[in-house]
Design a protein. Sequence first.
Length: 626
Amino acid sequence: MKSAAPPPAQGLYDPRYEHDSCGVGFVVDLKGRRSSGIVKNALEVLLNLQHRGACGCEKNTGDGAGILMQVPHKFLAEAVRAIGITLPPAGQYGVGVVFLPADPGSRAACEHLFEKVVRDEGQTFLGWREVPTDNGMIGPTAKRSQPVIKQLFVGRNSNDPHCTDDDAFERKLYVIRRRARHAVRRLEVPEKANFYIPSLSSRTIVYKGMLNSDQLPAFYPDLRDDRVESALALVHSRFSTNTFPSWSRAHPYRLIAHNGEINTLRGNVNWMHARESMFKSGLFGDDLQKCIPVIDTEGSDSGMFDNVVELLMLAGRSLPHAMMMMIPEPWSNHESMPQERKDFYAFHGCLMEPWDGPAAVAFTDGIRIGATLDRNGLRPSRYYVTKDGLVVMASEVGVLDIPPERILEKGRLQPGKMFLVDTSQGRIIGDEELKREMAAAAPYGQWLKENMVDIGALPKPASVIPPDHETVLRRQETFGYTTEDLKVLMAPMAADGVEANGSMGTDTPLAVLSERPQLLYNYFKQLFAQVTNPPVDAIREEIIMAVDTSIGPEGNLLEPTPQSARQINLPTPVLRNEELEKLRNLNGKNGSHGFKSITLPTLFNIADGGEGLAGGVEELRAAASK
């Protein structure tokens, strides 16, 4: 494995199924005081999370370890002065960590292209610094795929109208990174797949690699320098659950470090790609089109999650706001939740779908740092607050040796809740306060009332296909129902309104391997995480799971308006015949609330066999897209 990137799809391996299950933690000074002690404490947390990571048969080749912290300006200014680079004041330049190909020709082409993108975007290219590394302790596999690691420095052009403030400069650095990534992919050079940008920011910097936790400070001597100071640091030890480790897939990413899996990944990615054509942003302006596609589909589920959070934040939302959109808490059946917060979640549910799965996600923008837990609470998160203002959070307790007399407060993150430390305010912002503020930012309830329509309010159809009881047995046989299905599964549901008791999991053979005719929907299985997830009992299911959804046209995700809630609410995705006819008869008038539907034919010429079916599917796809 000579490539720093994961292998392409081959045989039974498909990179789309990449997932992680890891250890994550952060250390932060509540008052935002920078020190080398924060970095050292974070590295100790990482070391104590080593058992959460993994390695292959080579014990010295790890799945990945890394640290994200504030840019250590004093250290970098002195380090690059020795190679002839003079850095502007802190915040007036961006530093990028870049993984480059080992092949000299490919590396030179990537560097030249990156420099050109910086200049094309009106910023100042200040120079490169080769990051000191020591690979004496890493295993042969990690060593063979090790990229050349450099830091790129970009000076801020204060005369550029797109860089009028610190946030605008961060957006410009994002545009540069996305442009460089897209441009390198078009290069005709070997090893271009090894080009990767772990970070490019004026606020944060990432050191990571295909390492074990104890190898990170040994591999990067920078991290052992007392001049490297930060007020916060986020660390991660990776366990690539049944997938390939790589240098680029080590965490942290630009904003997040993730312990868990995204079950809904493929749908999330497809929906984001579909709505990109409607993206508009006054903050980005014409630069936005340079960044599309937004999601790097060669990344892991965590990397793709990070791509979306980053865009939502840079387009104008706060980081906690973006996280609430991505991982909403269970709200629809929450009896004591304030209505304003329910309205917030309902409105944002019209904009995008949750990224659902067992996950604890830590996040930071270099000023605020926090964590949120999935709605099931299937990944642990514990925190400590000391009397002298140190906050430690990790995926388990005991990651830092703190004397009991120093501890002011300790606790755990609850399912669906958020924990945030704001160093600019010098305090911890609790879940209730944080979400109350978000919910009050706009009249979401009024927007829903004025725009969302319940399917029950739509006009009744003139006719509905009545149930035909005489042919029910024949139709049951046609649709693959068995006597076992009727007696064991359906009878208890009809009699008692509950699901039948059964064993955990399913041993049903895959339809694709069957020699018997199968129904179309038997070929589709939802992708669920396969590790460390307990069964969900009926009580928890009623609280945390919801089946209501909405359908209808979507607007601009980046700049929503009240009309973004103009959708039809469905209490369940399973439609009865009458409800289906209601939707099919929407014509834009006669009580349709302005909605209009189109019925597409799903027919093909049966005499054309398999080719006819394939052609019919393609015609249907084209008609639906149109």
